[in-house]
Design a binder for this molecule. Structure first.
Ligand code: NAD
Length: 498
């Protein structure tokens, strides 16, 4: 019998109604490995009601208790990294090392959240006016929801839940229905860490569950990560209902390679960023902008590296690149390669011709040269192992190209010229910038977020901005009667002189 993936509420796995389910595949074999529940509005209501009750108690727990739970969760997460990685690889397809890397990056966010006693410190101004003091504090929102994409089944939930819970909220996670199991393992670890029941919940589902969360009056805030059209929908619907929303969308990340760059370093970085996780990363490199004389050598250096990448089952040692998430997505990506060729790009390496194993959803690596901004391989987020090279003559043209793009998640420049790098980081209109670094995913004590169509809302995710997102500020202005003139006549023991 096919495994049935459950929800998680009240501190335990909760079977769904079974009214609607969705298949979960191992993308490396094409095999059906589970059916996941798809929650309807009644199941979402029940999970949120549970979270409301838990949030009332959890917000009263001391900062040291919260920090203790987070420290234990950090240790458990670290100890179970391999278990989580196996679950991720089985449902997503990425290679095991990459899945381990994803958990480790998520761990950084939990380490950050362990500092909650410090992070929630307010400020204090004594004697703002005579006898008047002012202080500020940050308080939790109540119930907050996280809606996450298929490509990081553990890391993206960890971007959200550590900070949300540390701040005293209850968290309802709605993972991607394509990769439902990592969320349940996270739930078990939270429980083992001593988190009270109902503070971390998982509602499996699709757009029906998302819309129910967006409509629910007791969901105070929504953190979303996924594609741009859905991010826009979540942002517009959630904010129209008075919720706080941060919605991170798609990407089309460019790396500029200047003629003075270290060519080997740039080619290695470009290959790893373009083809790692089969290009299914929001920080994947999709476009390399080759400036001036570097183009021929750069294309040759990238092409020379591709035969060395082994494509196969991510669970098997020695594999560099796994399959895509689904058969339909694989075919869609292959369609972009065909469109690029038809629209005039030079197909240097064609992933459709690669020898790939068995029945999985595999596609080899593709390298397209002489891509121009009108081609669909340039305009669209492909989310697959396809790298386009756009050739330009100058640094200014490269900068203008990036700044004209509707997406603005991450970018990078490869150069030895400090002046060029400095100008790039100042003038590029993108949220996360790398200098001789291919995937500039900020460390956990900074915040993650793109600009333009890559993020709707004004708060980036995790780090300091995450703390701000999951709390409301309050400012208290207080004046107390002169103790010397206390109407109660009680001797407060204050000095009587001024
Ligand atoms: P997706 O937008 O299809 O799904 C994301 C979430 O939204 C899932 O939980 C899904 O169930 C739900 N959803 C899907 N369609 C919906 C609809 N019509 N209404 C309401 N909810 C809906 O994204 P995906 O395919 O899972 O993930 C890939 C996308 O996510 C890419 O575009 C990628 O760039 C983006 N992404 C962005 C970041 C970032 O930080 N900016 C990080 C990871 C992924």
């Amino acid at each position: 019998m096919t495994k049935r993936t459950t929800h998680w509420t009240s501190g335990r796995p909760t079977p769904g109604t079974g009214a609607r389910t969705s298949p979960v595949y191992n993308p490396a074999t094409g095999e059906l490995i589970a059916e996941t529940e798809l929650a309807g509005p009644a199941e979402v209501d029940a999970a949120v009601a549970d979270a409301v009750r838990a949030a009332r108690r959890w917000r009263e727990s001391s900062l040291s208790r919260r920090a203790a739970v987070l420290f234990r969760f950090r240790e458990l997460l670290s100890a179970h990294t391999e278990d989580l990685a196996e679950v991720i690889t089985a449902e997503h397809g990425k290679v095991l090392d990459d899945a381990v890397g994803e958990v480790r990056r998520g761990l950084e966010n939990i380490e950050f959240a362990t500092g909650v006693p410090h992070l929630l410190k307010g400020s204090y101004s004594a004697q703002a006016s005579t006898g008047v003091d002012v202080h500020s504090l940050r308080q939790p929102l109540g119930v907050v929801a996280g809606i996450t994409p298929f490509n990081f089944p553990a890391m993206v939930p960890l971007w959200m839940c550590g900070n949300a819970i540390a701040c005293g909220n209850a968290f309802v996670l709605k993972p991607s229905e394509k990769v439902p199991s990592a969320a349940l393992l996270l739930a078990e670890l939270w429980q083992e860490a001593g988190l009270p029941d109902g503070v971390f919940n998982v509602v499996q589902g699709d757009r029906v569950a998302v819309d129910a969360l967006l409509a629910h009056p007791d969901v105070a805030a929504v953190s979303f990560v996924g594609s741009t059209p859905v991010a826009r929908h979540v942002y517009e619907t959630g904010t129209a209902r008075g919720k706080r929303v941060q919605a991170l969308g798609g990407a089309k990340n460019h790396a500029v390679v200047l003629p003075d760059a270290d060519l080997d370093l740039a080619a290695d970085a470009v290959v790893s960023a373009a083809y790692g996780a089969a290009g299914e990363r929001c920080m994947a490199l999709s476009v390399t902008v080759a400036v001036g004389s570097v183009a021929d050598d750069l294309v040759a250096a990238i092409a020379a590296r591709l035969p060395g990448l082994s494509v196969g089952d991510g669970a098997k040692p020695g594999t560099d690149m796994g399959p895509l998430i689904s058969r339909e997505h694989r075919d869609r990506v292959a369609g972009y390669v065909a469109a690029g060729a038809a629209q005039g790009a030079t197909v240097v390496v064609d992933g459709r011709e690669a020898e790939v194993p068995g029945d999985g959803f595999f596609l080899g690596t593709t390298l397209l040269d002489h891509v121009t901004p009108e081609m669909t391989v340039y305009t669209d987020e492909i989310f697959g192992p396809v790298l386009s090279v756009v050739r330009v003559d100058t640094f200014d043209e490269a900068l203008a190209l990036i700044n004209a793009n509707r997406y603005a998640n991450g970018t990078a420049i490869f150069t030895r010229d400090g002046g060029a790098a400095r100008r790039f980081q100042n003038e590029v209109e993108v949220g996360m910038v790398g200098v001789n670094v291919p995937i500039p995913v900020p460390v956990g004590y900074y915040s993650f977020g793109g600009w333009k169509a890559s993020l709707f809302g004004d708060t980036h995710m995790y780090g300091p901005e995450g703390i701000s997102f999951y709390t409301r500020g309050k400012v208290v202005t207080s004046r107390w009667p002169d103790p010397a003139a206390s109407p109660s006549g009680i001797d407060l023991g204050f000095p009587q002189t001024r």
